[in-house]
Design a protein around this ligand. Structure first.
Ligand code: HEM
Length: 138
């Protein structure tokens, strides 16, 4: 039970043939349980591979449900501390992954430059060069 998973490890188990979910910090294999879930298969299939803590708690699952959950635990999820605060906003694990990629990007990136703005800058530079050549050129 002591296995440590990353958020992306869990996100790979997102289908009926291998279905993991995260609840609080635990990783649970619900592949076998999904067909027996009293709340239906769909709710678990829709959130396969993600953090379902909010949905699980909102339903107000019984102690019995929590005992079943315990028996399905594979390990725990290890999250980046920088990301932990956004996890409390109850975003899914997959969207957290994409946030890491974007928030982690710093500095100048050509792909972030709006082509229209770049075009305007080129036109301005050319105008400036023509202007200086006209007035100061020999
Ligand atoms: C993976 C862990 C889960 C386990 C072990 C589990 C287990 C159970 C159990 C035993 C019940 C019967 C009622 C009870 O004892 O509380 C139940 C009902 C239900 N569950 Fe889950 N559940 C899980 C996750 C989820 C998730 C992620 C949702 C998302 C919405 C969900 C939605 C429901 C619903 C709608 C019901 C029916 C409630 C009702 O009829 O009053 N469950 N679940």
């Amino acid at each position: 039970m002591s296995k440590v998973f990353t958020v992306s490890d869990v996100s790979l188990h997102n289908s009926k043939s291998s279905l993991f979910v995260v609840i609080h910090d635990g990783v649970y294999d619900v592949t076998e349980f999904v067909t027996q879930h009293p709340g239906g298969e769909d709710v678990l299939l829709e959130s396969a591979g993600t953090d379902v803590t909010e949905q699980f708690e909102d339903i107000g699952h019984s102690e019995e449900a929590r005992a079943i959950l315990k028996s399905l635990q594979l390990g725990i999820v290890q999250r980046d501390t920088k990301v932990k605060s956004t996890l409390n906003d109850n975003k899914s694990a997959i969207s957290i992954d994409s946030q890491i990629n974007y928030s982690g990007a710093s500095g100048f990136l050509w792909k972030d430059v709006d082509p229209n703005i770049a075009y305007l800058w080129i036109v301005w530079v050319l105008c400036f060069l023509l202007f200086t050549k006209y007035f100061f050129g020999s």
